[in-house]
Design a protein around this ligand. Sequence first.
Ligand SMILES: Cc1ncc(COP(=O)(O)O)c(C=O)c1O
Length: 380
Amino acid sequence: MNLFDVYPLMPVTLTHGEMCRVFDENNNPYYDLYGGHAVISIGHNHPHYLSRLQDQMRKIGYYSNSVQIPIQKEVANKLGALSGYPDYALFFCNSGAEAVENALKLASFHTGKAGIISFKKGFHGRTSGAVAVTDNPKIQAPFNQGHQVEILEPEQLGTVEDVLKKGETAAVIIEGIRGVGGIYVPSPEFLHGLRALCDEYGALLILDEIQSGFGRSGKFFAHQHQGVQADIITMAKGMGNGFPVGGILISPKIEASYGLLGTTFGGNHLACAATLAVLEVIEEEELIPYVAEVGAEWKKQIEAIPAVQSVEGLGFMLGVNFDFPIKDMRKSLAMEHHILTGVSANPNQIRLLPTLNLGKQSMDIFVEKLQTVLLEMQLI
Ligand SMILES: Cc1ncc(COP(=O)(O)O)c(C=O)c1O
């Protein structure tokens, strides 16, 4: 049987990982500055993560949400304390798209409305509602196009208000820091403006923190840099450090009722053990202040490289912009210098999404290798 051929693959086969490095079948090390697409938060095979998962697996790996699962409460308590949202409720699911789907559905239940506002170049996933609020017609099938969605230019509060005025909007959804569409940090004025407009017109504000959350930006959630409070927050990726887990944080103003949301696998014992391990390591290793501090230094170092036009983003969610396409440079970084980086919808941008405990030495190696590649390719 063939695999359904939807991914363009690099000619690399990875056999094991160790913190910020991964190794191929010939034991060649690669620096993982892509974190497997912002997923590896506390590092490949972190010892505490391994022992939590192994311990849990020996006890019980799964039972359905029809019985008490105390480890879910443990995760909720720690997540509430570390994220600064202690009075919000947690609903578990299994992926980013599923988190978005549940957030949109919940906003619609709560408001009794069907309309959603999202933003140009935003990415929210590939399931029915998530892909409908994503600004990419190429990944929307006719089946996904029946939703009541307005995709607007970011930073333009006037057009948002024009739509909200119609009174049909359940929620506004925006990424804490835009990832797939090219790194962009929404301005504080814009986020505060959205908050005020949502309050005025009775819509909910959903912050999609699937990529930018769990410490990646140097705050627990990226929107906390702007001091804005969300009604629903979506999470996945770094939450499980590779274990498939997602979730939403829900404002106390939204009421739960039996059967309103549900899932077979969401919140299973192993997913909770993985999430708890991530939260414990983030806390014990003080990774959030570390990312804030060294991420800002790294950004400056990269900005000083000749040919770099600008560096967007915060913490360890950075987009390095050039005035030429980065495709060949990124390939050379990966295949010849063994540094894995990410792309975005912007063909001139390299995306950096490393593990939150990436050492300063690894940051220097990236700066050095990037300059080497630029020289080799006669771009500086
Ligand atoms: C901001 C954002 N939202 C949602 C998703 C979808 O997550 P998943 O691929 O886990 O469904 C992604 C994935 O890249 C994302 O970056």
